[in-house]
Design a protein around this ligand. Structure first.
Ligand code: AMP
Ligand code: GLY
Length: 434
């Protein structure tokens, strides 16, 4: 019986555990630190995701066959480098390769140097030159912290006043500490966003189904930016022609550039794309599975994820490996968030979950179980409810209905997920959107 260790404890890691167990029901799943949802599938060990040495020691003692890393913090802490040093198979990029996400300067420079389509940007460390740069760019303009800022370091500024405030906050008040001591002033791109994940051995890229995330808290894409309030897949914008273009202009050149600078990227490369009138451009790269996109994508995957992750973790090549197979269905994931999320989520509230239904999975994201069995909320995003159905509108309806049955005082969730795709479908069929 193979042992798989999953690093992390959110909805993404629950979805990974759920999918890997479907690929091989005999798997022995261990998670660090895991969550109560993963605890129903395996064993949770109370180690923080970035406690690299303790996790390595545990993986060696347990003789784990495969380790899969969820959060970027563990990658930034060099977990993959330490596992490789000790000959322990692990899926994820090294610390140096993970800089494609963890250092916006590195990522942007790599793209600019290699002609990979992305928004023009400048780097600044002082308020004066940054203020001049936003004036040259004109509003709208995007101000980003160069380092990791827990998903909060990007401010889309619709006016120059907003941009001045963003600069003041990052460079003046040091709101993101060292991560915001250098900022990017970036051209604003317009178009639809697409999350495209590719599993790669460093050279060959195997894309998964494209998904769309919903970053804004409220229906109508209003309210503050969040870590992601929901996702759906597939997305009809991701035509085979578009995927060929993304592979040729973005994925392959990026992997080649990373190899050329001595940082081959093995793991999951997440391309956050903007589909502009001039073609797909990179908004950002991430070095890991997305959350909540994974909760929508993985339940649609019919072929084995375990096989792909195992090959990459063992250092094998993906040349000739078949493209994944997908269920001919749609998935919608509704994130149920705590009251006060994203600024000040209230946690520690009683939580009750609806019973399982066919083709609906309630993934735990921020939950905790007391000794008496009672569940409590323990994070901003509390659960992610994924429904799979033959049509997107049915998937949304079911996901929304089950999310509505989550018992949590003051809970927040969006009810208009996938609205862009449903509008596109309505345009094609002439039918109304429900
Ligand atoms: P990130 O954390 O880099 O994914 O950025 C968060 C969100 O900000 C993205 O999903 C986009 O919606 C938006 N964003 C980031 N960069 C740009 C850009 N150059 N133009 C327009 N929107 C952007
Ligand atoms: N869904 C956005 C992210 O995982 O970064």
């Amino acid at each position: 019986m193979a042992k798989v260790l999953i690093i992390g404890g959110g909805g993404r890691e629950h979805a990974l555990a759920w999918k890997l167990l479907r690929d091989d029901p005999s798997l022995d799943i261990i998670a660090a630190p895991g969550n109560p949802g993963i605890a129903a599938l395996g064993r949770c060990v109370q180690l923080a995701a970035d406690d690299v040495e303790a996790i390595l020691a545990m993986a060696m003692e347990e003789r784990v066959d495969l380790t899969v890393v969820g959060p970027e913090a563990a990658l930034a802490a060099g977990i993959v480098d330490r596992f490789i040093d000790n000959g322990v198979p692990i899926f994820g990029p090294t610390r140096a390769a993970a800089e494609i996400e963890t250092s916006k300067r590195f990522a942007k420079q790599l793209m600019l140097d290699h002609g990979i389509p992305t928004a023009a940007a400048e780097f600044h460390r002082d308020i004066e030159s940054a203020t001049a740069a936003v004036r040259r760019a004109g509003a709208p303009v995007v101000v980003k912290a160069s380092g990791l800022a827990a998903g909060k370091g990007v401010l889309v500024c619709h006016t120059l006043d907003d941009a001045d405030r963003a600069i003041q906050m990052m460079l003046g008040e040091g709101a993101f500490g060292e991560a915001g001591a250098e900022i990017l002033v970036e051209a604003f791109l317009t178009g639809e966003e697409l999350s495209l994940f590719a599993i790669t051995d460093g050279t060959t890229a195997i894309p998964l189904l494209a998904a769309q995330d919903h970053k804004c808290l409220l229906d109508g894409d209003l309210g503050p930016n969040t870590g992601g309030m929901g996702a759906y897949a597939p997305v009809s914008l991701a035509t085979p022609e578009l995927l060929v273009e993304v592979r040729k202009t973005i994925l392959e050149p990026t992997l080649a550039a990373l190899r050329d600078c001595g940082r081959p990227f093995r793991g999951l490369l997440y391309a956050g794309l903007m589909l502009t009138t001039e073609g797909p451009m990179v908004v950002e790269f991430n070095c890991r599975f997305g959350d909540p996109e994974s909760q929508a994508i993985l339940p649609l995957m019919d072929s084995s994820l375990l096989d792909l992750l195992t090959r990459v973790a063992r250092g094998e090549s993906l040349v000739g490996v078949a493209a994944p197979r997908w269920r001919p269905a749609s998935a919608v994931t509704t994130v149920v968030a705590a009251p006060g999320y994203p600024d000040r989520p209230r946690t520690g509230e009683l939580l009750t979950l609806p019973p399982d239904e066919d083709d609906v999975v309630v993934f735990h994201a921020g939950t905790r179980r007391l000794e008496d069995g009672q569940l409590l909320s323990a994070g901003g995003r509390v659960v992610a409810v994924t429904a799979v159905a033959p049509t997107l509108s049915e998937a949304r309806e079911r996901s929304r209905r089950v999310a509505g049955k989550v018992g949590l005082a003051g809970r927040q969730f969006r009810s208009d997920l996938a609205w862009r795709e449903l509008e596109r479908q309505a345009d094609v069929t002439g039918a109304g959107v429900t």
